[in-house]
Design a protein around this ligand. Structure first.
Ligand SMILES: [Zn+2]
Ligand SMILES: [Zn+2]
Length: 166
């Protein structure tokens, strides 16, 4: 699931990127639930909660570590699409939802994707560890926005949380 991304590899190429395929509507398996000029939202193939969607930009961006202040509005639009989809799917308690990004090297696909999960009270106990806010592996949308606003570096060298988890 995680490999060293310090050096560019074949996996980083747009041609072989599964989320680029989905964004171009070339993956027939993908269950797209929303899209616009810029973004696509589809069901996670390995859902950790009754509602689990991914929002990706059509443009190939590697991960949240590739983002800077100029991406603040993009992150906001991704979160808005995720929340709109949840509401369309009948989710009313927005407090029982979680939106966030995996941080390298804990990413399974090297294409920026926002996880949208609900209800969090029903998250799979076997997968919940992947989505714990503000750990070395996962950052919520709100924290990421705060980090981008402050030009703060990503939480890279903070391994206390993950020792027991990975
Ligand atoms: Zn891609
Ligand atoms: Zn992920």
């Amino acid at each position: 699931m995680s490999t060293n991304k310090e050096t560019p590899s074949e996996e980083d190429s747009v041609e072989s990127c599964i989320f680029c395929l989905i964004a171009r509507n070339e993956d027939k398996e993908a269950e797209v639930v929303a899209k616009n000029e810029e973004l696509v939202c589809f069901r996670d193939i390995d859902p950790a909660a009754p509602h689990h969607y991914l929002v990706v930009p059509k443009q190939h961006i590697h991960s949240c570590f590739s983002l800077h202040r100029g991406h603040i509005d993009l992150v906001k639009r991704m979160a808005k699409m995720g929340k709109d989809v949840l509401r369309e799917q009948g989710i009313t308690d927005m407090k029982d939802t979680r939106l966030g990004f995996h941080q390298p090297p804990y990413i399974s696909v090297n294409h920026l994707h926002l996880h949208v999960l609900a209800p969090i009270s029903q998250i799979s106990k076997y997968m919940a560890y992947k989505f714990i806010p503000e750990t070395v592996s996962f950052v919520t949308e709100e924290s990421l926005l705060q980090r981008l606003k402050n030009n703060a570096p990503p939480v890279k060298h903070y391994f206390r949380h993950c020792m027991g988890l990975f």
